[in-house]
Ligand binder design. Structure first.
Ligand code: NAP
Length: 218
């Protein structure tokens, strides 16, 4: 099922960002990243795309897709430049980025300039992603890093592919990415506050649905 919230195809060029992630949960760092990317790259819209079954992850370690989707909706709904899509969640199969990008290219045709926005650490193993060469040719990547992130890590991991891959990747340092989903999950499990790390409705959703609590505390 396609999201009805996607921007309509246009006769002039559309510059769209796909904000891909597990969003378990979404937090202020993601929102600041998307806002920054939208402004710096002059995007018409940023489409948040929660992964259905994230590649390279054990299903059992990830919160149910519907919870992640609803938290993302609560976080982005008020921003006129943000929207979200159920495309990967509803696909029922592992969410490969190249498949998502192909669907966007089919939907919008030649009038599309596509940017895939995600974490710099998420792309460390990009050369193992499905059809990564086609992927790099079909869209530009905006890879966000936390403060102090060193390109050296990418250089070491990518090895000889580094120069080719980096031609398609813009690095964006976002101080607010000091916040992480992992840290939020840990704080909830430990009974610590997560106020101001994620929007208030997301925080309330987490408590209401008892997410991230160790089973023994339920
Ligand atoms: P991850 O391994 O959970 O995240 C790695 C790092 O990137 C974490 O520090 C994470 O911080 C950060 N991050 C993730 N998404 C981000 C975003 N949109 N903006 C800023 N930082 C972000 O990564 P993942 O969520 O599984 O994967 C990220 C995206 O890459 C997803 O769309 C996924 O489908 C895609 N991917 C595709 C393939 C493939 O096609 N074969 C393989 C791997 C990943 P937080 O934990 O705080 O978010």
């Amino acid at each position: 099922m396609m999201s009805f919230l996607l921007p309509k195809p246009s006769s002039t060029q559309l510059r769209l960002g796909i904000m891909g992630g597990t969003f378990d949960p979404i937090h202020m760092g993601h929102l600041v990243t998307a806002e920054e990317a939208c402004q710096q790259f002059n995007l018409n819209n940023v489409i948040f795309m929660p992964s259905g079954e994230p590649p390279h992850k054990d299903k059992r370690d990830v919160t149910a897709a519907e919870h992640r989707y609803l938290m993302t909706m609560l976080a982005v709904v008020a921003n006129p430049y943000f929207t979200l899509s159920r495309m990967e969640i509803d696909s029922g199969v592992t969410s490969y980025t190249v498949d998502t990008v192909r669907r966007f290219c089919d939907l919008y045709g030649g009038n599309l300039k596509l940017f895939f926005i995600t974490g710099a650490d998420a792309i460390l193993d990009i050369t193992t992603w499905k059809d990564y060469k086609e992927l790099l040719e079909s869209c530009s990547f905006i890879a966000t890093s936390r403060p102090g992130y060193s390109l050296q890590k990418l250089r070491e991991v990518l090895g000889s592919a580094f120069t080719v891959v980096m031609r398609h990747i813009h690095l964006l340092e976002v101080p607010a990415m000091a916040i992480s989903s992992t840290e939020i999950r840990r704080r909830v499990a430990a009974g610590k506050t997560i106020r101001y790390l994620t929007p208030r409705p997301v925080e309330q959703y987490i408590y209401k649905n008892k997410l991230y609590k160790p089973l023994s505390l339920d």
